[in-house]
Design a protein around this ligand. Structure first.
Ligand SMILES: Nc1ncnc2c1ncn2[C@@H]1O[C@H](COP(=O)(O)OP(=O)(O)OP(=O)(O)O)[C@@H](O)[C@H]1O
Ligand SMILES: [Mg+2]
Length: 449
């Protein structure tokens, strides 16, 4: 196994140790980073991540154990090897319980270090393989590709598993972009129907005249344009799951038709006479408040109860705590694995902004934001300035409430919105172009890259 090219950071307050270890490792073809203190090490990791860290246990100010704890929480992918004097081997063992991979007792031979590094690399490779394998299996069958560690999501996953086994109709609600379709697929993938089709229909996207034929199909010549017979989604989903998306957009007529099918499990194609009966499991979704619509007479109460046998309410992303960060990291990994860009992660500041933003567009918005940052970034770490403007501008806004700051912020936003088209921006701001130029200069506003 090839261990050359591994990036190793040496953290030791003694220069002689840093230099001699560094030389050994460089000779073996590794890339080396040197830090004289725990603090320096953590700072360096903000910009560049290493694969392995050789960490001295006893250092002034921040001890090796403290550094270890920080690394394990913020950069869990780094494998840490502790270095210790013989007298503190006990502490080194303690460090292993806290997540260090192994320890070396000073002084040690180059050979000893080599063997250990090789073992770490093998372990990392194996871990990556396992993750890839697990991912493949889950992509095919499972719900585990869905990120969710917060209590609300865990409850939902349990509900998905419970309800999947039954044939009950499920109504999934939640703001736009919260993962309703993903949950619908998970229900299907966990059910006995998983080898049969999952058929989505987006009712909101269909013009009213097409809803009926889309759902129920039509016979040849049933209406102008029906030049051939066509099976509807109900038939296509036979034996499987029909995902009725955006049911809040159903017209009154379509509501009646649908209610009949749900009651009788039978329908006729448009222009047809023969009744078709199907075995379909219905999962419906909406981002609208159906109860309210029922109250206002826009949605049939009987249909609502037909759908709402089991209901799953997806919380907005902003209420999912650390899931926000987990999702951001997941998306980044996904984008990175599709390209060859060597991105290692987010800076702490970028993560703090991501965590603090309120994500009105939920998971979809987060996914887009991470993608955009991924495209823009040149180095290995995504920093706050790579995040989309509207997301990070909240942070900047909080910096200052002075009129000047607000003006600067506002101009910057308008410029970003107009793609730095000065004429357009000046027009939107209702000032002339020269004034705008002067303000750009005065506030030192620069175009995003
Ligand atoms: N918990 C999650 N883990 C991983 N990916 C997720 C999660 N939730 C949503 N996504 C991803 O976010 C995107 C939006 O999800 P989805 O289309 O299911 O949302 P939706 O609620 O149906 O949105 P809309 O109401 O706008 O139709 C998809 O790319 C989906 O894969
Ligand atoms: Mg959807």
């Amino acid at each position: 196994m090839d261990t050359v090219g591994t990036r190793i950071m040496i953290v030791d307050d003694e220069e002689i140790v840093r230099v001699s270890l560094g030389n050994w490792l460089k000779e073996d073809g590794h890339e080396v980073m040197l830090a004289a203190s725990g603090l320096e090490a953590l700072q360096m990791l903000e910009d560049r991540i290493c694969d392995i860290m050789l960490l001295d246990l006893k250092m002034p100010r921040m001890s090796g154990l403290e550094v270890l704890a920080k690394v394990k929480t913020s950069k869990p992918g780094i494998q840490v090897l502790m270095m210790t004097a013989y007298a503190s081997v006990e502490t080194a063992v303690d460090a292993m319980q806290k997540g260090a991979y192994d320890y070396l007792v000073k002084p040690f031979e180059p050979e000893e270090l080599k063997i250990l590094i090789k073992r770490v690399m093998e372990k990392q490779a194996l871990q990556q393989e396992n993750v890839a394998l697990k991912q493949r299996i889950e992509d095919a069958f499972g719900t585990d590709e869905i990120v969710g560690e917060c209590p609300a999501m865990k409850t939902i996953f349990q509900l998905v598993r419970d309800v999947a086994a039954s044939n009950s109709t499920v109504l999934i609600t939640g703001e736009s972009g919260t993962g309703k379709e993903l949950i619908a697929k998970a229900i299907h993938a966990n059910s006995d129907r998983k080898y049969m089709p999952f058929v989505p229909v987006s009712l909101g996207a269909l013009p009213e005249t097409l809803v009926e034929s889309e759902l129920f199909g039509h016979q040849k010549g049933a209406f102008t344009g029906a030049t051939y017979a066509r099976r509807g989604r109900f038939e296509l989903a036979d034996g499987g799951t029909l995902f009725l998306d955006e049911i809040g957009d159903l017209s009154p007529k379509a509501q009646v038709d649908l209610l009949r099918v749900l009651q009788e499990s039978k329908f006729t194609r448009i222009g047809g006479t023969r009744e078709v009966s199907v075995d379909v499991r219905i999962v419906a979704a909406t981002n609208r408040d159906l109860r309210q619509m029922v109250k206002e007479g826009q949605f049939r109460e009987d249909l609502f109860y037909r759908f709402n046998v089991v209901s799953i309410e997806l919380p907005p992303l902003r209420e999912r705590g650390d899931d926000i960060v987990l999702l951001a990291q997941r998306f980044l990994r996904e984008f990175a694995s599709k390209t060859n860009k060597p991105i290692k992660g987010f800076s702490n500041e970028a993560l703090a902004i991501i965590r603090g933003y309120d994500w009105p567009g939920n998971v979809r918005e987060l996914e887009n934001a991470v993608e955009r940052a991924f495209v823009v970034v040149k180095g290995e770490v995504i920093k706050s300035n790579h995040l989309p403007f509207n997301i990070r501008s909240r942070e900047e806004q909080a910096d200052s409430r002075s009129l000047k700051a607000v003006e600067k912020h506002h101009i910057r936003r308008v410029l970003a919105e107009t793609g730095w088209n000065i004429s357009q921006a000046a027009k939107a701001l209702e000032i002339d172009r020269v004034t705008l130029y002067n303000k750009i200069k005065k506030y030192d506003i620069q175009e995003e890259t």
